[in-house]
Design a protein around this ligand. Structure first.
Ligand code: NDP
Ligand code: HSE
Length: 453
């Protein structure tokens, strides 16, 4: 090939679900990639934990000494698909300090210590790319970081975890049990090494931190993101949602919150949160199934954008890794670097308790005069406005005529007020039990399925 620069030499850290596919695609598309980059892209070493498990890797490339590989003088770019905090953090810091480009899919590390990595990259002028860390194959971070850099983003929200979406869709569409669906998602390579990171919401929490950081030019870490997972969501919750024309999805919501001040100005903050919520079946997110992800981005000038695609799995994620690798390799060939992180806005993070949310509460009560008034009074005392109330037939287990089930949907209220209302409901003598509580979301649209606007 004419006018080709010296090869870009890559250290691949990790050869599991994603790493294997990175190796395959790099080898199968070597000629194409060299043409796009202007130089061959060559793997010079592959670090794993258990060498004997990797007959697919040529023996001369294989090592269990990841630090030794990263610090080799002939390595230009480090691709990290090990996951977790350590040793990934030390390995990437070594690479960045030495001016080597880094491509990583490691959302846990980025959400815990992205600032340190970004500082190390800035100090040495190295590239730090991580498109694969959020929403698998979907090009999302580069649009946020580059294409929308001239706009003001107000919200980024959607489904960012493939494993939990696979579980919830299997429970809703096929009645598959929670455990069975999780096993299937793990078998298909969607789940994290410890799948509790998926089902407890931590993976989506880390992704929300990354999205909020980029969207709002503010350093948001995982601990700033309120997080509830799906392990408490039952088949009965999903059936109750369906009865109301809704389904249940694990949502990540990152919003710019603007509050007018007394002097006519505005204070801005960031709200970032992850929780399962009922959404109307008419919402586009309701039809996102299996391990697919979908994210809405709203910006002042651009309006609403939707990003949709495969959110997990070896090949889809490797596609995003390779896109980054090509970008970093091109930058090296051109002698430059990609865009730097921007955290100049430095907005405060709004506590979850002050964030307006809307609850769906179903509770079992004594079926006698005055009970509804007592319950309505309790909501009023907490300054929570009720949008709809439905009384259903007494659930099984109650003597006929003694109990009733109330299904209440609230208007939006501060989350702390809603949580306090639910706690106080449980204390009322008239309340036999609070059966289920789920938030209701429609991401800016009326929740007409529930009669709530
Ligand atoms: P796997 O568990 O399948 O692979 C991890 C790899 O890292 C294995 O090859 C393992 O070696 C190797 N490894 C572990 N510890 C070390 C160590 N100390 N030194 C060297 N190698 C080590 O993970 P995935 O491929 O699924 O995920 C990798 C990363 O990609 C994670 O950050 C994950 O969050 C992210 N990601 C994953 C997606 C997916 O769909 N799977 C999607 C998007 C991002 P060995 O094989 O010998 O055990
Ligand atoms: N475990 C993650 C998921 C992988 O299920 O979405 C993709 O980041």
């Amino acid at each position: 090939m004419p006018n080709q620069a010296a090869p870009v030499r890559v250290a691949l850290l990790g050869c599991g679900t994603v790493g294997r596919e990175v190796m395959r695609l790099l080898s199968e598309q070597a000629g194409e990639l060299a043409a796009r980059v202007g130089a061959p892209v060559e793997i010079v070493g592959v670090a794993v934990r258990r060498a004997h498990k990797h007959p697919e890797v040529p023996a001369e490339l294989l090592t269990t000494d990841a630090y030794g590989l990263v610090n080799r003088h002939d390595v230009d770019v480090v691709v990290e698909v090990i996951g977790g905090i350590d040793p990934a953090r030390g390995l990437l810091l070594d690479a960045l300090k030495a001016g080597k480009g880094v491509v990583t899919a490691n959302k846990a590390l980025l959400a815990e210590d992205g600032a340190t990595l970004a500082e190390a990259a800035d100090a040495s002028g190295a590239d730090l790319y991580y498109e694969a860390s959020v929403a698998g194959a979907i090009p999302l971070l580069r649009p946020l970081r580059e294409s929308l850099a001239g706009d003001k983003i107000t919200r980024v929200a959607g489904i960012v975890n493939g494993t939990t979406n696979y579980i919830l869709s299997a429970m809703a569409s096929a009645g598959t049990g929670y455990r069975e669906a999780l096993d299937e998602a793990t078998e298909l390579g969607y789940a994290e090494a410890d799948p509790s990171a998926d089902v407890d919401g931590f993976d989506a929490q880390a992704k929300a931190a990354i999205l909020a950081s980029l969207a709002f030019h503010t350093r948001v870490s995982a601990t700033d993101v309120y997080c509830e997972g799906i392990s408490a969501v039952t088949a009965a919750d999903i059936a109750a949602a369906e009865a109301l024309g809704c389904t249940v999805k694990l949502l990540a919501i990152c919003e710019r919150v603007s509050v007018p001040t007394a002097d006519g100005g505005v204070t801005e903050s960031v709200s970032a949160r992850v929780y399962p919520a009922m959404i109307p079946l008419s919402h586009p997110l309701a039809s996102v199934s299996e391990a697919y992800n979908a994210v809405f981005v709203e910006a002042e000038a651009a309006g609403q954008l939707m990003f949709y695609g495969q959110g997990a799995g070896g090949a889809p994620t490797a596609s995003a890794v390779l896109g980054d690798l090509v970008a970093v390799a091109r930058n090296r060939v051109a002698g430059g670097r990609g865009p730097r992180e921007s955290a100049h806005a430095d907005l405060p993070v709004q506590p979850m308790g002050r964030t307006p949310t809307r609850y769906h509460i179903s509770l079992d009560v004594d079926d006698r005069a005055g009970v509804l008034a007592t319950i309505a009074g309790l909501f009023a005392r907490h300054e929570v406005s009720i949008a709809t109330v439905r009384q259903e037939t007494a659930p099984t287990g109650f003597a006929k005529g003694t109990g009733a089930r109330l299904v209440i949907v609230t208007h939006a209220a501060p989350d702390a007020a809603l949580a306090a209302t639910v706690a106080a409901l449980g204390e009322l003598d008239e309340v036999l039990g609070v059966d289920r509580v789920l938030r209701v979301e429609n991401l800016g649209r009326p929740v007409s399925a529930l009669g709530v606007t």
